[in-house]
Design a protein around this ligand. Structure first.
Ligand code: FES
Ligand SMILES: [Fe+2]
Length: 449
């Protein structure tokens, strides 16, 4: 592909596009937040060193709030999710109609994992000798109780973790002295007042073991800089280089506009061609696209998205802005969660270590669809792809499957290349890779390095 050179000043900005929106845009999208993060380089070993991983387990995963599941994953009393992080395992359970608890997933007798998989139970009964706990964690039964006179029921409650919910997401924290979730989230709840994800349900959930460290995988989704080389098929409808990057306290954001062409594209597309390109990517028939004279492809694509959601889900989006209908408004909540705002691209990403292997990770992709809050349907079952399987084997992801395959093939090579690096450290772009710089600064602070 031939690409052209241009400067940042020559490009249309996200802010300019937002000002052309056909509807009022949520004010938080007009905010810009970038500081000089410097150009510090990052040592490759943070991506494969076992000691670094162990440090992350102690100082990061055992200390931070992390997204474990969605509320609609556990709609009824007794429904539970097994949430694994590194080699720690947690039971997140709906213990009463309006109560969610989280327990260490291990029997207090001799340590057997209480539940191997998510599901529904009336009580947690250990498969080894049958010690049983109620859903609220109180000890219910010990076979041959006479042999355990030294066991006090109160002292043998299942140890709990902190639990809090936000926008339908259930978070857990191993650290009982942690700050409250709403404090940890900083300005994110304020921003998402405009994008109420509690009015959404998990329509799609696909997960896969990825061939790289969880940070390498995460960082592949933090910038649009790689699109021109890795995903050339999206340049006809993606303003990759136009993306806006914002950093906050410990979280950050990227806005990538769609239904505009990449500035890298050597040719100038008209509005009709832009609208056709984005329709095709979304699985639509480009022959059906007819952009009226004077209308932009963005306004047209947004209108098509409103119509699609009205027809498929009976949800009225007529007041929602074009940007919420079509753009990638991707937030990042430290350390590993990317909730997307808006309804056009309602993706949620999560990146976790795969057990204690620093060379692989687990990526979860959710598609949240809007619903009425009082009628949130139960979640779609997670579709686990094997590590070798193509993301396109999850047709529920549409055109994203091919995009993720392109990312996955990079990941394998990055993880390998980092180990044979002929240079001391990796180098980051100052603006387009600013979120990665920011992430590592926050991570190092967390690890007290
Ligand atoms: S290890 Fe659980 S009952 Fe014995
Ligand atoms: Fe990508």
């Amino acid at each position: 592909m031939t690409t052209i050179n241009f400067t940042k000043q020559e490009m249309q900005t996200v802010q300019e596009l937002l000002r052309e929106d056909t509807r009022p845009v949520p004010p938080v999208l007009f905010e810009q937040s970038m500081t000089d993060l410097g150009t510090a380089e990052i040592l490759p070993k943070v991506f494969f060193d076992k000691d670094y991983h162990d440090l992350e387990v102690e100082k990061l995963w055992k200390k931070v709030w992390q997204w474990a599941c969605r509320e609609e994953d556990i709609p009824e009393v007794g429904d539970h999710v097994v949430y694994d992080i590194a080699d720690l395992s947690v039971l997140v359970v709906r213990s009463a109609t309006n109560e969610i608890r989280a327990f260490y997933n291990a029997c207090l007798h001799r340590g057997t994992q209480l539940r191997a998989t998510s599901g529904k139970v009336q009580a947690f009964r250990c498969p080894f000798h049958g010690w049983t706990w109620k859903l609220d964690g109180t000890l219910a039964h010990i076979p041959c109780r006479w042999d355990f006179e030294h066991v006090d029921n109160d002292a043998f409650r299942l140890p709990e973790l902190k639990v809090a919910t936000w926008q339908g997401f259930v978070f857990i924290n191993f650290d009982l002295n942690c700050e409250p979730l709403e404090v940890y989230l900083e300005n994110i709840p304020e921003h998402f007042k405009h994008f109420p994800l509690e009015n959404h349900f998990t329509a799609v959930h696909v997960a896969k073991v990825m061939p790289a460290n969880w940070k390498v995988t995460l960082e592949a989704f933090m910038e649009a800089y790689h699109s021109v080389t890795t995903h050339p098929q999206i340049l006809t409808f993606t303003g990759d280089a136009n993306s806006q990057y914002d950093v906050y306290g410990r979280h950050n954001r990227m806005i990538t506009p769609f239904a505009v062409q990449s500035p890298h594209l050597g040719i100038q597309l008209d509005q009709q061609a832009l609208a056709e390109a984005i329709a095709k990517f979304g699985g639509g028939d480009p022959a059906m696209v007819q952009v009226p004279e004077g209308m932009t492809a963005r306004a047209y694509a947004a209108q098509a998205a409103r119509q699609r959601i009205q027809e498929n889900l009976n949800i009225d989006c007529s007041a929602l802005s074009d940007t919420e209908m079509i753009d990638a408004i991707q937030y990042f909540i430290f350390p590993n969660f990317m909730p997307w705002a808006g309804v056009g691209a309602p993706l949620q990403f999560r990146f976790r270590p795969n057990g204690n292997d620093p060379n692989s990770s687990i990526m979860d992709v959710l598609l949240l669809q809007p619903c009425r809050p009082e009628m949130r349907p139960p979640s779609a079952k997670a579709h686990w792809l094997t590590p070798e399987e193509s993301w396109t084997n999850a047709p529920e992801l549409g055109g994203l499957g091919r995009v993720f395959d392109q990312d996955t093939s990079n990941l394998r090579r990055i993880q390998q290349g980092l180990k044979t690096f002929g240079k001391r450290s990796i180098t980051l772009g100052k603006y387009q890779e600013s979120r990665i710089q920011h992430f590592h600064q926050i991570l190092e602070r967390q690890l007290a390095l």
